[in-house]
Design a protein. Structure first.
Lengths: 249, 161
């Protein structure tokens, strides 16, 4: 398996699984505008996943396309971070999960625009424009809820306390990254992390939220070791293709 | 033999499935038309990654050109350079306004965070006293606004650069 394939799968699975999570809000948003906003974001993420997984299939060269990769792999073959598979919880938890992710995705796509790999750079260029809107949306809500009422503050602080342990995995690197770094396909993740830290710090300050001091971290998704949530997600995501193999919509 | 110019004219007859007042040419999603001895190749780009209209646009282009007697039409999708609202034609912007959708204002929020929403004039009464209701509207490419003067809600085709 090539490093490039593995790397694109990681990016693609983050988009796919978070897109699926966001789509679960369809018809359940706290207000109509947010229902529409979250499903729009879901659509962008699933669109990005389509571009990424189709490309992963091309790189692999075994005739698997984006659909096959999305619907016909087993849980251990998915390489998304644990953060994106966490349950939606209340609206604040969904927003916090999205914010931690968007704040990482924006600088990541900015750097990937200059990738030596043309198709990866094209996908990054396209996705970046959407991600900026996502970040604006999630950051504004973090501020509104954090600096809102006593209850909204308390609840989103609790969401942050719960999700913080999953944030470091966004910057996970291993031999896959080392190889692509040497080929100029990706840049040092430390640069992305530095920008993420500034964004997170500024927004939390404005939102009167405190970054948890407990630094216990949970990782595993990038290696295919998922939380108990993943099986439930895949059961829903893959149901149709598993029940009716090769069916087309 | 058919010319590229004729193909572009035919494409002016293909409308966007979600905003039928615009043609795919107005919208700027058609990036190139290339004719060789044996085939006609049209290159399109999506407005947003997940735009569900792309497949339909592709099919409609093939259908339209086939109807005009052109054989071996194929359509391919490119992501770069990424679509920008700058590619909306002037006539496209006017059509949007007449249709009740505010066209994109020249400036995109550069700072991303902590910036004020863009001032968007009401497509109905032209007042600039409007407010943003939501960054995300009825489709990925639109935001939701309301006019404070005539109270009409309206869609804003948001700026993407």
């Amino acid at each position: 398996m090539s490093a490039l394939f593995e790397y694109i799968i990681r990016l693609g699975d983050d988009s796919l699984i978070l897109g699926h999570r966001m789509s679960e809000w369809c018809g359940h948003g706290p207000i109509l505008e947010e229902d529409i906003a979250m499903t729009n974001i879901a659509l962008d993420l699933v669109g990005q996943a389509t571009s990424l997984l189709n490309y992963a299939g091309d790189v692999e060269g075994n005739g698997r396309d984006g659909d096959k990769l999305a619907f016909l792999r087993y849980d251990r073959e998915y390489k998304n971070t644990l953060l994106v598979e966490q349950p939606n919880g209340d609206f604040g938890t969904t927003i916090m999960r999205q914010f931690l992710f968007d704040a990482y995705r924006k600088p990541l796509f900015e750097k990937l625009q200059n990738s030596a790999d043309k198709q990866l750079s094209a996908i990054a260029e396209k996705s970046l424009k959407e991600t900026k809107y996502h970040l604006k949306h999630s950051a504004e809500w973090v501020i509104r809820l954090g600096d809102g009422t006593e209850e909204s503050h308390q609840r989103i602080q609790e969401s942050l306390n719960t999700l913080w342990r999953y944030s470091s995995e966004l910057f996970y690197t291993d031999e896959v990254d080392a190889e692509l770094l040497s080929q100029g396909i990706i840049t040092d993740i430390a640069e992305v992390r530095a920008e993420w830290e500034v964004t997170v710090k500024n927004v939390f300050e404005e939102a009167t939220l405190h970054i948890p001091t407990n630094n216990w971290k949970q990782e595993g998704g990038r290696k295919g070791m998922h939380s108990e949530n993943m099986g439930f997600i895949l059961a829903e995501l893959q149901y149709m293709q598993r029940a009716y193999p090769n069916m087309e919509w | 033999m058919v010319t590229e110019k004729e193909i572009w004219a035919y494409l002016e007859e293909v409308s966007d499935p979600e905003i039928p007042v615009l043609t795919v040419v107005d919208l700027g999603v058609v990036r190139a038309v290339e004719i060789t001895e044996t085939r006609c190749h049209v290159t399109i780009t999506p407005t947003y990654s997940g735009c569900p209209a792309m497949k339909m646009i592709e099919e409609q282009i093939i259908e339209k050109l086939t109807e005009k007697g052109i054989e071996n039409v194929n359509v391919s999708l490119v992501l770069s350079p990424a679509w920008t609202t700058d590619w909306l034609t002037e006539s496209g912007k006017n059509k949007l306004r007449e249709y009740g959708i505010a066209p994109p204002e020249h400036e995109v929020d550069k700072s991303v965070l902590f910036s004020e929403p863009t001032v968007v004039p009401c497509p109905q009464c032209k007042s600039r006293n409007t407010k943003m209701i939501s960054q995300f509207g009825s489709t990925a490419c639109k935001a939701h606004y309301q006019c404070n003067e005539c109270l009409e809600p309206f869609d804003y085709f948001k700026c993407l650069k």
